[in-house]
Write a protein that binds this ligand. Structure first.
Ligand code: NAP
Length: 298
C-alpha cells in the first residue's frame, strides 16, 4: 500500500467480519447501511416490517428477517433467530423511525403514542433484547439513529423532536451503564437526508396542511421551509451509512456523529445561544408570524 509520499507502507490489518443487526432496512438509511456493511465483508441481518421489502438484499447475500419494532413478539423472535444463527451480535443499528409532524395541539393522542412506540419504545425493546447477549460476550456496539431534531426542537415537529430528544437521553444514560461490560453506544445525528422520510412525514400531516384553523399560516411557512431549507445541504443515505459503518468498525468510536451542514451548524449554535435568540432565528427561517399576539383574533 502506498503512503502519502508514494512509499510502500504496511497494509492495515484486515477487519474481522462483524455481525450486524439493522432495523428498518426497507428503504433509506437502514437499507444503505445494510449494503455498506455487506460490501465491507460483514455479516448483515437486514430486517424490515415486511420481509418482501428486503428480498433484494437477500439476493445480495444478506440474511433478511421480518421485524416490527413495536411488536414485542416480533422483536423477541427476530433477535432469537439472529442469536441462534450467529451466536453473537457485534452491532445493533436502531434505525427504524419516522417523523410525526404537526402542532402539539393538532396531533392526536394516538399519533403521539405511535410516534413514541416506534422511535423510542421500539429502540428500547431492541436494546433490551440484545443486551444480555452482548453483556455475556463482553463486547458490542449499539448505534442509535437520532437526528438534529434530537438536539434542536422545531415548531410543528414536537412529536418527532421529543421522540429523538428521548432517544438522545436514553443513549447518554445507556452509554455509562453498559461501558463496564465493553459495550459502546453511538448516536448518529443527521440533518436532511434524501430518503422516503420527508414524503412519509408529509403524508402524515397531509390532513393538516390545507386546513383552515389557528395554525394555517404557520403550516404554510413550515411547508415552504420543508421545500427549501430542508432540501439545502441534503446528503444521500449512503453518506450516513459510511459514517455508521466507520463507527462500528472503529476501535474507539465517537459518542455522537452530527451529519450534514445543518447539523454541524445548528447543534453548536444552540450551545452558545439563548432561547430567545434561537426562537427568533427559527421563526425567521420558518417564515413564522412574529409576536405573542400572532394567531389571536383582533
Ligand atoms: P425511510 O426511508 O422512511 O426509512 C424508515 C425505515 O423505518 C423504513 O424501513 C420503515 O419501514 C422503518 N420503520 C418504520 N416503522 C417501523 C416499525 N414499526 N418497525 C420496523 N421498521 C419500521 O427514512 P430514513 O430517513 O431512512 O429514516 C431512518 C432513520 O433516520 C429514522 O430513525 C429517522 O428518524 C432518521 N433520520 C432521518 C433523516 C432524514 O432526513 N431522512 C434525518 C435525521 C434522522 P416500513 O417501510 O415498513 O415503513
Amino acid at each position: 500500500m502506498l503512503d502519502g509520499k508514494g512509499n510502500i507502507g504496511e497494509m492495515p490489518p484486515p477487519q474481522p467480519a462483524l455481525t450486524v443487526l439493522i432495523t428498518g432496512c426497507s428503504s433509506g438509511i437502514g437499507r444503505a447501511t445494510a449494503s455498506e456493511m455487506a460490501s465491507r465483508g460483514h455479516r448483515v441481518f437486514a430486517t424490515a416490517r415486511r420481509r418482501v421489502a428486503v428480498a433484494d438484499l437477500a439476493a445480495k447475500g444478506m440474511r433478511t428477517l421480518a421485524l416490527d419494532v413495536t411488536d414485542p413478539e416480533s422483536v423477541a423472535a427476530a433477535v432469537a433467530e439472529v442469536l441462534r444463527e450467529a451466536r453473537h451480535v457485534d452491532a445493533l443499528v436502531n434505525n427504524a423511525g419516522y417523523g410525526q409532524y404537526g402542532a402539539v395541539e393538532d396531533v392526536s393522542a394516538a399519533e403521539w403514542r405511535a410516534q413514541f412506540d416506534v422511535n423510542v419504545f421500539g429502540a428500547i425493546a431492541m436494546i433490551q433484547a440484545i443486551l444480555p447477549a452482548m453483556r455475556e460476550d463482553g463486547r458490542g456496539t449499539i448505534v442509535n439513529v437520532s437526528s438534529v431534531a434530537g438536539k434542536i426542537p422545531i415548531p410543528f415537529a414536537a412529536p418527532y423532536c421529543s421522540s429523538k430528544h428521548a432517544l438522545e437521553a436514553i443513549s447518554d444514560s445507556l452509554r455509562l451503564e453498559v461501558a463496564p461490560f465493553g459495550i459502546r453506544v453511538v448516536i448518529i445525528e443527521p440533518g436532511p437526508i434524501g430518503t422516503k422520510f420527508g414524503e412519509r412525514a408529509r403524508t402524515g400531516v397531509a390532513k393538516l396542511l390545507g386546513r383552515p384553523g389557528p395554525y394555517a399560516a404557520f403550516y404554510r411557512g413550515a411547508e415552504r421551509a420543508m421545500d427549501t431549507d430542508f432540501a439545502a445541504g441534503r446528503l444521500p443515505p449512503e453518506a450516513v451509512a459510511k459514517v455508521i459503518a466507520d463507527a462500528i468498525e472503529s476501535p474507539r468510536p465517537k459518542t455522537r456523529y452530527p451529519l450534514t451542514r445543518m447539523a454541524k451548524t445548528f447543534i453548536p449554535l444552540k450551545r452558545f445561544s439563548t432561547d430567545r435568540m434561537l426562537d427568533r432565528q427559527m421563526a425567521r427561517s420558518l417564515g413564522l408570524p412574529k409576536g405573542p399576539a400572532a394567531g389571536r383574533k383582533g
